[in-house]
Design a protein around this ligand. Structure first.
Ligand SMILES: [Zn+2]
Length: 434
């Protein structure tokens, strides 16, 4: 047996930072890379057009991964003698897991769950979501193969399975890789137990049980100093997605004669669909959001345009609601406000549900909130995290009981422990042999 006949795992990026995990599993002449995101560092002030390959490497926004990136981007050929079989995978459509997917060499197949595969080209329609592919217009999104859930995909000697999971990105998935030397490697992607589908998560964890290596995100242990901060909105707000939707319904019921508007994050489609389904009022979306939903899941919902906005040809004209009608309404509609806040009614209610600006760390947040107060509109933040908290992480680990635990995607990987075996804290670029 040579080293080539053993399973190796290399941790290229996204280890002691939140986001951007890039990890390679290899056996003999086959290898798989996951994910293909970019670490989010707004403080660098980089614009999409500044983000050339060398800049991305310099700031460690992506990993320096050999034999996967497009030679047109790196200037280095892929060693096809060493590697006969390659594939890549992205767990979900958040930018810290997907933004660099166009850098993947065109001949290497890229897999994702079906919803992720469908939505990413729609999100990148204007060319402002993903990094551009070499030799293509910025609106181009390279082909993504929609993986059938739980169905084995062969990549040379390696077998991978994509499992539906739960996170605040619609269609989020987890991954299991099996190798010829009977090693099982599981990767959570971003995960939580308090979303709409804890049952899916438990099913994935059962399949991952006894993994030789369990790679887990640890966003929830990143701020140990804030753990007992009972004044934070996270603690006074809803405990899970179901409670969050219930609260939005309750606010409509107790305010029969009051203008109510809201906003959510574009990629959290499921929350929006639940709000639409459960609300006693008729929910009206901004046209851009209605278009994203139409392109992603081919469903039509009532929508409106702000004055002067360009029309989308794929939206059903019968579902358009006049903006003036929304501005004067106080009982019929719950509508998505995305701007022009100064024209909302005094005494109205605006619900900010993990929409942008996301929070205090964004300099735009404070003035955004203050503007509502100035116009005598009640501002209510209703949040629900996409990530498992410390307790949920323990529960997740206890369901898998891995031989080796590798925490990634966290400011404090050392705070995640493995009572069932070893815990490793790999360095950037480090390879381990299983
Ligand atoms: Zn995410």
């Amino acid at each position: 047996m040579t080293l080539k006949d053993k399973t190796t795992v290399t941790f290229y990026n996204g280890l002691t930072t939140i986001g951007g995990p890039m990890i390679e599993v290899a056996y003999n002449k086959s290898h798989i890379l996951f994910d293909l995101g970019e670490v989010y560092r707004p403080e660098l002030g980089l614009k999409l057009e500044d983000e050339d390959f060398q800049t991305l490497l310099k700031y460690q926004l992506i990993g320096d991964v050999p034999n996967f990136y497009d030679p047109k981007v790196t200037g280095k050929e892929i060693d096809t003698e060493r590697w006969e079989h390659a594939a890549a995978f992205i767990s979900h459509l958040h930018l810290d897991h997907s933004k660099a997917l166009n850098l993947l060499a065109p001949e290497i197949p890229l897999y994702a769950g079906p919803i992720t595969a469908e939505m990413l080209p729609a999100l990148n329609e204007k060319g402002d979501f993903l990094l551009p592919a070499a030799g293509h217009d910025k609106t181009y999104t390279r082909p993504i193969i929609a993986a059938e859930y739980k169905k084995p995909i062969q990549v040379g000697d390696l077998t991978m399975e994509v499992w539906p999971s739960d996170h605040d990105a619609y269609g989020a998935t987890s991954l299991i890789i099996k190798t010829p030397d009977h090693k099982k490697i599981a990767f959570t992607g971003d995960i939580r137990l308090h979303g709409y589908h804890p049952d899916w998560v438990h099913e994935f964890l059962a399949a991952a049980k006894g993994s030789d290596l369990f790679i887990i995100e640890g966003t929830g242990v990143s701020w140990p100093e804030e753990k007992h901060d009972d004044n934070s909105e996270e603690f006074t707000g809803p405990k899970n997605e179901v409670e969050l939707t219930e609260e939005i319904v309750r606010l409509q019921n107790i305010n029969p004669k009051r203008q109510i508007t809201f906003n959510t994050y574009p990629t959290n489609v499921e929350r929006l669909l639940r709000i639409i389904a459960d609300s006693p009022r008729k929910v009206v979306l901004h046209a851009a959001r209605a278009h994203l939903i139409k392109r992603s899941i081919n469903e039509d919902y009532p929508y409106y345009y702000l004055p002067g906005e360009e029309k989308f040809t794929d939206l059903n004209p019968e579902l358009e609601v006049a903006y003036e009608e929304l501005l004067h309404d106080d009982h019929e509609y719950l509508w998505q406000a995305v701007g022009d806040y100064n024209h909302l009614q005094e005494g109205g209610l605006y619900i900010h549900s993990n929409a942008e600006p996301l929070g205090n760390f964004d300099p735009a947040y404070k003035p955004f909130v203050e503007n509502f107060a100035q116009h005598k509109i009640e501002y209510k933040a209703l949040r629900c995290s996409g990530h498992a908290d410390e307790k949920e992480l323990k529960e997740i680990i206890s369901e898998v009981q891995p031989a080796i635990l590798a925490p990634v995607h966290t400011l404090h990987p050392e705070l995640e422990e493995n009572p069932y075996g070893n815990r490793i804290l790999p360095k950037r670029g480090e390879t381990i042999t299983l």
